[in-house]
Design a protein around this ligand. Structure first.
Ligand SMILES: Cc1cc2nc3c(=O)[nH]c(=O)nc-3n(C[C@H](O)[C@H](O)[C@H](O)COP(=O)(O)O)c2cc1C
Length: 202
């Protein structure tokens, strides 16, 4: 993989999982992407809708004055999001669209927690299209919440033949695909992080 950096300079990434099913294809993709990010010295925090177990949105954090009324795990997750440099979403495609567990998870956090961050999309499907139709809609959503969506989208068609359950790659496209995504993500996220360090945000 192309990116190498010192631990001191490591980017903090929050990885959103898009599936609340169990079992799910998402787990193998998430393991693979997380491994690739860690190997290239990125710190990864996973936001898993299954583990966070949030309800279908009843209260968006940004509309709640007293956060002590919110679930502790949501407040802690928001702290990790605020501290992060970039987000990566790992998403399948439900009815040619964004899985509801993913949009629900994204919607729980305040827009200010996403502002001036970079985002990357990894999508997959059991068929030939690799979840690209959901990715197109995700790109619009990720822009709307205030992130800069990198140009590269890593699509994984025929996902169960591409990655083992443990997230081991089963074809050459996996390593090269994730490598291109991480190289771009790293570049954009560092450019924005450095600019924020020098000038803050408007
Ligand atoms: C509600 C629902 C809608 C789906 N719609 C699509 C679809 O539009 N395109 C597609 O390629 N697969 C579709 N699938 C199949 C999923 O891609 C497949 O079940 C995949 O494993 C979902 O990811 P997950 O296992 O991580 O939840 C759909 C599955 C579900 C449950």
């Amino acid at each position: 993989m192309a990116v190498k950096e010192t631990a001191k300079d490591a980017l903090k990434i929050v990885m959103y999982l898009g599936s609340n099913r169990n079992p799910r294809a998402c787990s193998r993709v998430a393991k693979f992407v997380q491994n690739a990010l860690v190997k290239t010295n990125h710190e990864v925090t996973v936001f898993d809708p299954w583990e966070l177990d949030l309800p279908v949105l009843k209260q968006a954090m940004m509309m709640v004055k007293d956060w002590s009324t919110l679930p502790e795990r949501l407040v802690r997750a928001n702290e990790a999001l605020v501290a992060s440099d970039a987000i990566v979403v790992v998403s399948g495609e439900y009815n040619h669209s964004i899985p509801p567990a993913l949009s629900n998870l994204i919607d729980h956090f305040p827009l200010s927690s996403y502002a001036f961050k970079v985002s990357a999309i990894v999508c997959y499907s059991p068929g030939p299209y690799g979840g690209m139709r959901a990715a197109m809609q995700l790109r619009a959503m990720l822009g709307e919440i205030g992130t800069v969506s990198i140009p590269n989208i890593f699509g994984i068609p025929r996902v169960t033949g591409a990655l083992s359950e443990e997230g081991e790659p089963l074809n050459d496209h996996m390593e090269s695909g994730v490598g291109k995504l991480i190289t771009q993500l790293d570049w954009y996220a560092k450019a924005i992080r450095d600019r924020k360090r020098e000038n803050g945000t408007p």
